[in-house]
Design a protein around this ligand. Sequence first.
Ligand SMILES: [Zn+2]
Length: 460
Amino acid sequence: MLTKAIETIERTVLHLEPQRSVRFINLLPPLAVEKMRRARFRRTLRLAGERSVFYREAFKRHNIDITRIEHPSQLGDFYTTGEDLRVHGSEAFLTGQPDTAFETTGTTSPVPKRIFFSNRELEEMGRCSAVGLYRLGIRPEDRIFSAYDSSFWVSPVVLKMAVQFLNCFHVEAGKIPPSEFYERARPYQPNIIFGEPSWLIRLSEIAEQRGIWPLKLMFGGGENMAEEARILVENIWNAPLYLSYGQTESFGTLAAECERKDGYHRNDLFFWFETPEVDTNGFGELVYTTLVRDVMPLIRYRSTDLTKLIEDPCPCGFFVKRMAKVRARCDEMVVCGMGNVGPWVFEDLLRGIGGISGDWQAGVKHEAGSDLIELRVELTDGLGPNDVENLVRANLRQNFSDFAKNLDMKLYELRIVGLKPGALRGDARKIKRVVDERQFTARPLILACHDELASTANNG
Ligand SMILES: [Zn+2]
């Protein structure tokens, strides 16, 4: 009864203008929020168990009686993975009639994951995002320009939905070269810019040369960003750059920064976050359950991202809890200026090239303000690094148009380093194929967590 009342209040509150939503939503007592989350969790489990072919069979296989489950942790070692989506097909997860779909590619496979949504979900996510953006200071008089990639990607659509509730002027430029964006956006004088962090860095470098205009804020989504790069961008524009964390599977934003930029505020009303296994520093793989999705709910979805849930209240006063900035991917995926890259990308790039051994390694570095992919190969019969580079670049253009586009936009550089046969492997049994060598803050911790989790994953 209480839960129903709270749900009605929440829905009503989210239908108010963002500024009134913010005020009311903060008044919800913690116990009531917890009760509502549990009710939503049970509803999601029931829906999945009744309508999704995948979950019906998986629950049976794991001997899970969903009527007895009150909390995600009671599901024990039951998880949903990206591989499940690929192997079983997204249709096996459907519990209702979808209106649209978005895609995301991972690291371990070039096969995209397809995620379905309803228009109702789209609208709810838009309302919720509007509340978050309002808290960052976005108001109806602002002019928003977005350079999010619109090809199969969820972010520009979520932004568009959010802007409707904020009543701002809004232009979707798409992910065009930053120099073109600069020239075409400038006459409009947008004071808020959305884009992927590596793209925002390139745009800022151009603005530093050609001149800036007054900005209220920038908002980055889709990839991680080193703090030093953020400071560089903020100093150029003299405006703050906020980051968000999300996945296509989660329908965009799972969490976003407040003006303090000290961790991301989680969307606890729409997701149940867990880190079931943590290291001594509290870092573990983020696992989330969707709480308000009715077309393709995900139960305990393994994000493969490493973070820490922060339970202390944020000094900003917003009631929802936080999570730390994502430190690393649990697999070998690296998010950089090239895009989301994993071993399979480089395997494809090197395929069919003679004169190199089967051993190779891709190091992601940061040099002269941009990401550098250093592809290390072992040369076996007189081919030089330049020959290999030409072949790799040709493969890139032919097979990876997105990565080629990012290279043209100078979001990263590509360099081939030739080594003697046997140089990469040494005595090691396995070679770490993709290595993130950029200097993020607290680097040793990242690597420690990363290795620990990787070994757990390999054993399990
Ligand atoms: Zn805060």
